[in-house]
Design a protein around this ligand. Structure first.
Ligand code: AMP
Length: 172
């Protein structure tokens, strides 16, 4: 874990003043760190029968795909509006200014699925809560939530359902 931590780059004042952006491109470009991430992310779910990993656009696509591959599960994207080609369902969530929307294909998840929803960073939790609501509406057997990084000071977990197992590899 210390090795992964050493590869995370803090970018000050990005995308706006006062934000310290946790840049994971410096982790993903390092072969050893990428390998460790895949292994460490997947350990928690090895015996859980996971059938689908949902990755949130766009940085969640990277860890989510690796996690799906490690678990022998399928990968499902949760995307920004207008990107998915077939019939979609959508959820709105509050951003710092205004609202944002996230979409998934209506047939992406079924009642037999056991799902992990993955994103790179948990900040306020708004994005993940919207993705959770979409997945939940498709009625899977079980939902887990997963992040590489959790920014604990922002208390994002408080915005996520209390009865859902939330796992993050690294907490700041
Ligand atoms: P949230 O506030 O939890 O809805 O976060 C919104 C999105 O922005 C998530 O997908 C995160 O990946 C990203 N994000 C928010 N804050 C940061 C940060 N400090 N560093 C990197 N990514 C962030």
């Amino acid at each position: 874990m210390e090795y992964i931590k050493s590869k995370i780059r803090d970018v000050v004042d990005f995308p706006s003043k006062g934000i310290v952006f946790k840049d994971l491109t410096t982790v993903f470009k390092d072969p050893r760190a990428l390998h460790i991430i895949g292994w460490d992310l997947s350990q928690v779910y090895r015996d859980k029968g996971v059938t689908k990993v949902v990755g949130i656009e766009s940085r969640g696509f990277i860890g989510g795909s690796i996690l799906a591959f490690e678990l022998g599960a399928g990968f499902v994207p949760a995307r920004k509006p207008g990107k998915l080609p077939a019939d979609v369902i959508c959820a709105e969530y509050a951003k710092e200014y205004g609202v944002d929307v996230i979409e998934m294909h209506r047939d992406a998840i079924g009642p037999d699925d056991i799902v992990v929803i993955h994103d790179d960073v948990l900040a306020t939790g708004g994005t993940m809560k919207a993705a959770y609501d979409l997945v939940k509406s498709m009625g899977p057997k079980k939902i887990y939530i997963n992040f590489i990084i959790e920014l604990s000071a922002l208390k994002g977990r408080q915005n996520l359902p209390a009865d859902v197992e939330v796992t993050s590899l690294i907490a700041y």
